[in-house]
Write a protein that binds this ligand. Structure first.
Ligand SMILES: *[C@@H]1O[C@H](CO)[C@@H](O)[C@H](O)[C@H]1NC(C)=O
Length: 394
């Protein structure tokens, strides 16, 4: 019995309805309820708004599937993904396919059940154009009234189920990159005029100018001075499914860049990418912690310092955990950065935790966590608090 379910929160609503129903009622009744909660299709497709600094590239998002089938044997044969063409013809898909805009994309994937992931904006904008159906042995994804914006990766994950507990079989996932060549839009549209992208030292950076047609010729350009950027495949490479990648960013890569696509008589520019160079540390920080004394007398002042020797202009952030924290003991920190002399451009970042008039609750472990863009590292030291009388004054 085929069962229709949809995406987004409504899909999850349907899912939870089914789960609750499965316990209380018979499945037949529940399916009726679930069907009644389907949203009304026919809304206009909209584009999602990417936040600055975040990639507009439509990464795949998981789509909630409904676990219907009980205990599926794990070792179903290999997964197949086929495209359903007109008049019930099937075609096994390769790495990429092209579907004319306006046409319906229909993919069929073997598995019971299967879960799909689609370009993220399609999942965010539940406009009724996307639907999936689970049949006895395969799942079907249907996307109607397609546009260039639907270009992206579509993945089918066969699910392994034990009763209602299902998980994706990642190793059996099959994906296809679908282009929807749009005669008017060579680039997948974006709701922003520009996108800010961080160029991190030695970290590949992607300019996600995604074309809607695999046939488009794409070049990379700099705004000031207006030049075409050489794409040699090593320093910078192009992939029709992802855009341009700067493999080892350097400060001179920074600036305003954009892509130009041409196909036939059409020549179009992408949105602008503002590339900002960020000094990126080579490694996570290596903090060193030291308490002014490991034996503090009640009433004395205690200082615990945490310092990191690192590259210049690389920010280090400190966080502390200390014994008095749970009872809300207010402690203070002093942070400083000091350049370190001698050839190499290095600096010492330090955070000092000040404990005024030590009390019994201050006894225990002090942990400092230092973090930079590469990661975080924690170090600890313990402090013992002794009664006033026993402590020797210097
Ligand atoms: C698809 O487009 C047709 C014609 O414009 C329209 O009638 C139909 O409601 C659309 N379907 C969806 C699901 O958006």
């Amino acid at each position: 019995m085929p069962l229709v379910y949809l995406f987004g929160w409504k899909g999850r609503l349907v899912l939870s309805t089914l789960l609750i129903c499965a316990v209380i009622f018979e499945l037949a009744n529940c399916q009726k309820d679930a069907e009644e909660q389907r949203p009304i299709p026919g809304r206009k497709p909209k584009l999602s708004k990417p936040t600055p600094g975040e990639s507009t590239n439509k990464g795949p998002r998981a789509v909630t599937a409904k676990p219907k089938v009980k205990a599926t044997p794990a070792s179903q044969a290999q997964t197949f993904l086929t495209q359903v063409l007109d008049r019930g013809k099937f075609k096994k898909v390769g790495e990429t396919i092209s579907v004319r805009t306006g046409d319906t994309l229909e993919l069929r994937c073997r598995g019971k059940p299967v879960q799909w992931s689609v370009p993220s904006y399609l999942e965010e904008e539940d406009d009724g154009r996307l639907s999936t159906v689970q049949h006895e042995r395969y799942g079907v994804l249907t996307l109607v009234n397609t546009t260039g914006a639907d270009t992206g990766e579509y993945t089918c994950y066969p699910m392994y189920c034990e009763d209602t507990d299902c998980r994706k079989e990642y190793d059996k996932a099959v994906k296809v990159f679908v282009f929807f060549p749009d005669p008017q839009e060579l680039f997948v549209p974006s709701s922003d005029y520009y996108e800010v992208i961080q160029l991190r030292t030695n970290w590949p950076t992607v300019l996600p100018c995604q074309v809607t047609s695999p046939e488009a010729k794409v070049s990379l350009h700099r705004e000031f001075p207006p030049v075409e950027v050489a794409v040699d495949g090593l320093e910078i490479s192009f992939n029709v499914k992802t855009g341009f990648t700067i493999h080892r960013p350097r400060p001179y890569h920074a600036g305003a860049l954009y892509c130009v696509a041409s196909l036939g008589n059409l020549r179009q520019s992408s949105i602008k990418y503002m590339l900002i160079y960020v000094n990126y540390p080579m490694a996570p920080p290596a903090p060193v912690i030291q308490a002014s004394s490991s034996l503090a007398a009640v009433g004395e002042n205690l200082r615990v310092s945490c310092s990191v020797l690192g590259e210049q202009d690389v920010a280090v952030e400190f966080t502390w955990e200390y014994p008095g924290q749970q009872i809300g003991r207010p402690l203070y920190t002093q942070e400083s950065i000091t350049p370190v002399g001698g050839g190499l451009a290095r600096q010492q970042s330090q955070s000092v935790l000040l404990v005024d008039e030590v009390r019994d609750v201050d006894q225990g472990t002090y942990t400092c966590t230092a973090q930079n863009l590469q990661g975080a590292k924690s170090v600890s030291t313990t402090v013992k608090v002794v009664p006033k009388a026993k402590a020797k004054k210097p």
